[in-house]
Design a protein around this ligand. Structure first.
Ligand code: HEC
Length: 164
């Protein structure tokens, strides 16, 4: 049964089948193929990516995360990144962290590309924490004052995971 379904699908676009197809259907098929070919993919975020974010005060810049690597905090960070934080990080930074979220287009500078290890690995924990908490003036990055410190550190942990 299964093999019959597969073989009938592969027969759908044989030259013979195309000849028997009504003209309108051919036009539709061609139109779909052409529109697929002409819509260009969104531009890929740069890696390494230039940063336009100000530096955190020295006292926080060098702080390392108090969280020990663990599945619970990582899952909590992911949940915040993908939906819990308001506005949700993935809208700008992308669900894969590539900086290509649905709202990313039109922001100058563009959102940070967390998937780019070359850029993100060079940014200390304290800097990531400070910007999530306070935002980055002059960019679209908002501050998340409503999150508890622990939640911000969970986000930092998840950002590090995206960069691997
Ligand atoms: C409205 C869009 C938007 C949302 C929502 C958003 N960001 Fe950003 N983010 C940006 C932009 C734009 C930048 C600036 C990039 C730059 O400076 O080059 C940025 C920068 C950052 C940086 C800068 C790190 C550095 O020093 O280079 C961090 C960390 C960050 N975002 C984390 C987050 C997290 C975590 C969330 C969710 C809790 C979030 N962002 C939500 C747009 C957004």
């Amino acid at each position: 049964m299964k093999t019959r379904v597969i073989s009938s699908a592969s027969q759908a676009f044989t030259p013979d089948a195309l000849r028997r197809m009504p003209r309108w259907m051919l036009v539709l098929l061609l139109g779909t193929l052409l529109s697929c070919a002409s819509t260009s993919d969104p531009p890929v975020s740069q890696c390494p990516q230039p940063r336009f974010t100000g530096k955190a005060p020295a006292a926080i810049y060098n702080v390392t995360s108090p969280l020990v690597p663990g599945a619970g905090d990582l899952a909590a960070g992911r949940e915040l990144y993908e939906g819990g934080a308001d506005p949700s990080c993935h809208l700008c930074h992308g669900i894969e962290g590539d900086g290509q979220g649905p709202m990313a287009e039109g922001f100058e500078p563009p959102p940070r590309n967390f998937a780019c290890a070359k850029t993100v690995n060079g940014i200390p924990d304290g800097q990531l924490f400070w910007i999530i908490r306070n935002g980055s003036p002059g960019t679209a990055m908002p501050g998340f004052k409503q999150l508890r410190n622990e939640q911000v550190w969970q986000l930092v942990m998840y950002l590090r995971q995206l960069a691997q």
